[in-house]
Design a protein around this ligand. Structure first.
Ligand code: ZN
Length: 239
């Protein structure tokens, strides 16, 4: 016996649909009469109707947050991606922190930490820091800009599905906040030695961190996948 569940815009109503036989044909028929998704956590089958803006849908069995539609997600993601892309280069290239000790002035940029680790022969750590703090955030921003730009202008592209998959995988690897914590710890320790001068690179990096956090929080993946499916369907029909 299989239980299929349907969630209302307000709350998930548990088990208002039931198949009374285990025969595979009946299950397939029931699955085809409407669209169902499996809960990513416990595999419970759920009607994939979406809650309204601002409301949340949870799995009735394991309590996982299934859907949380966000207002103007495509437009916000597109705008934040442009802002993040513009801020990325000053945060990478401009001096972040300067210090003068015994008349000798030194400034650090975002790449300084990676270069210092390479010079200390700590290759694996240097590579991980480079990937997590520079390359992956840049690729993530580029992908979100490409995807949201295509959705915003309703431009189909055969790579949209791949880009979306890559962006979801990269979510776990963008660790600007860890790098920020490292900067704060280094600054606190250096302040005991000499006064610090904070540069535009640091301000751009803080702004970039805020923007990437907002971008991740405001991205409605379900809506994006839905838009991509509609664009691909329209593109295939137009051929
Ligand atoms: Zn579940």
């Amino acid at each position: 016996m299989i239980y299929l569940c349907r969630y209302s815009p307000h709350l998930i109503d548990f088990c208002n649909y039931r198949i009374t036989t285990q025969h595979p044909d009946n299950i397939t028929k029931a699955m085809n009469c409407t669209n169902y998704d499996a809960c990513p956590e416990c595999d419970l089958l759920l009607n994939n109707s979406s809650p309204r803006l601002g409301e949340k849908a949870y799995c009735p069995r394991c309590g996982l947050l299934l859907s949380h539609p966000k207002k103007q997600s495509v437009e916000r993601t597109f705008a934040l991606s442009i802002a993040g892309f513009i801020l990325f280069f000053p945060s990478l290239l401009l001096p972040m922190v300067g210090i003068t000790v015994l008349g000798s002035a030194n400034t650090g940029i975002l790449l300084s930490g990676v270069i210092a680790l390479f010079k200390e022969s700590m290759w694996p750590v240097a590579i991980v820091v480079f990937l997590a703090s520079i390359l992956f955030p840049l690729v993530h921003l580029s992908l979100s800009l490409l995807i949201s730009g295509h959705l915003y202008f309703n431009r189909p592209n055969r790579f949209l599905v791949h880009w979306m998959h890559w962006m979801q995988h990269l979510d776990e690897w963008v660790m600007l906040e860890v790098y920020m914590l490292g900067i704060i710890v280094a600054c606190v320790k250096l302040m005991a030695i000499a006064p610090l001068q904070f540069g535009w690179g640091l301000y751009a990096f803080i702004a970039l961190l805020i923007i990437t956090t907002q971008l991740t929080a405001g991205l409605d993946k379900k809506l994006f996948w839905h838009h991509i499916a509609l664009l691909q369907k329209g593109h295939n029909h137009g051929r």
